[in-house]
Design a protein around this ligand. Structure first.
Ligand code: EPU
Length: 330
């Protein structure tokens, strides 16, 4: 295993922020991971794990060892899927759809790796990873201990899990339970109307294609316009707060969920006139207000400036706090 000193991480985060890692290595199997943990332990270095870097915001140089998790391997046993952390998420979705296994077709084209999926409990178009999740295996970066986590151990919530807060666990593989009887989910408004307008019957395959098409048209592609997807969570407020806001802003979308009312962060940002707002090379996408883009040489300082401006304008106008969705490394 090769350990590289002082490496730029520009090519290892999809926002393409040019921060550096004190040490860097890319692992492709579990013994590599053991070696990386040992390297860090003997030198007393903290470990930071990256997948494809599509949900991380690197605001500073990373001290210690940065490990890019490229552990590969996928196996199917009926509807049960076992996938290694370094596999590409969309690749796994494609394999499931080819086998006509239902459950993750709505999560097509979400950037990133399999190992990153449980960390923020990825979700889109009416499905969250937690809906079909069985368990995962992880290794503790300080002790080298291996542990298995059930769905409830993971403490999944909206774009959240134990692993967002307990950063010492390194996911090595995940197990999902998919549905061989091809059931699919198509109630999410944008998806439902896409299918209805074209008189398409909802199947695992048609939902996969519809979601892929919707994402391609609505969301900026990180490979072309560097970004990390939704930058803020959709805020959850009490029903009374939502009602009060609706009085001032009758057009405002409100989604009733078990915990209360979810507002659309994209709508709040858009209506505050922030689409296209920029500081230097960092800007709010013109295409989707929830996405922040690096147009070239954007710096962490410019990004922090844009985040602050969006949060303070939205707070001023709607009295709603926007919480950052990706993982921030300061
Ligand atoms: N909207 C605007 N302006 C925009 C974009 C959207 O006003 O520029 C409004 C529209 O009213 C639209 C509503 O926002 O109907 C919702 O938009 P969209 O369907 O794109 O969903 P979202 O709430 O903005 C969430 C997830 C996405 C996920 C989509 C589809 C969060 C933070 N984001 O976005 O997830 O793909 O739903 O399910 O929950 C991600 O997490 O990185 C991500 C992209």
């Amino acid at each position: 295993l090769e350990f590289l000193p002082d490496l730029s991480l520009r090519n290892y985060n999809t926002l393409r922020l040019d921060v550096r890692a004190q040490w860097f290595c890319r692992i492709t199997n579990e013994p590599d991971l053991g070696e990386a943990i040992e390297f860090a332990r003997t030198r007393n270095l903290p470990i930071t794990v990256l997948g494809e870097g599509s949900n991380v915001v690197l605001l500073n140089h990373l001290a210690g060892l940065v490990v890019q998790n490229g552990i590969k391997g996928v196996s199917f046993d009926g509807g049960r899927v076992l996938a290694a952390a370094g596999e590409n998420w969309h690749g796994l979705v494609q394999q499931a759809v080819q086998r006509k296994l239902g459950g993750i077709e709505n999560l097509a084209l979400i950037p990133g790796t399999v190992g990153a999926a449980p960390i923020q409990n990825i979700g889109a178009y009416g499905v969250e990873l937690s809906d079909i999740f069985s368990s995962l295996k992880a290794i503790h970066s300080l002790t080298g201990e291996t542990a298995e986590f059930s769905a409830s151990d993971c403490q999944f919530a909206y774009r959240d899990s134990l692993f967002k807060h307990e950063r010492h666990w390194i996911v090595s593989s995940i197990a999902l339970q998919l549905l061989p009887d091809s059931k699919t989910t198509s109630h999410y408004p944008t998806l439902a109307s896409y299918l209805q307008d074209r008189a398409i019957t909802a199947t695992v395959e048609s939902v996969f294609h519809a979601v892929s098409e919707i994402r391609r048209t609505r969301l900026p592609d990180p490979a072309v316009e560097p970004n990390v997807g939704s930058f803020f969570k959709n805020p959850l407020v009490d029903a009374a707060v939502a009602k009060e806001l609706r009085r001032s802003f009758p057009e405002m979308p409100v989604f009733e969920v078990v915990e209360g009312c979810k507002l659309s962060a994209a709508w709040l940002i858009d209506q505050a006139g922030l689409k296209g707002f920029n500081i230097g090379d960092i800007c709010v996408s013109e295409k989707h207000a929830l996405v922040i883009i690096n147009q070239g040489d954007g710096s962490p300082e410019e990004l922090v400036g844009v985040i602050r401006e969006v949060q303070s304008l939205v707070a001023e106008r709607y009295h709603v706090d926007l919480e950052v969705e990706p993982q921030i490394y300061e």
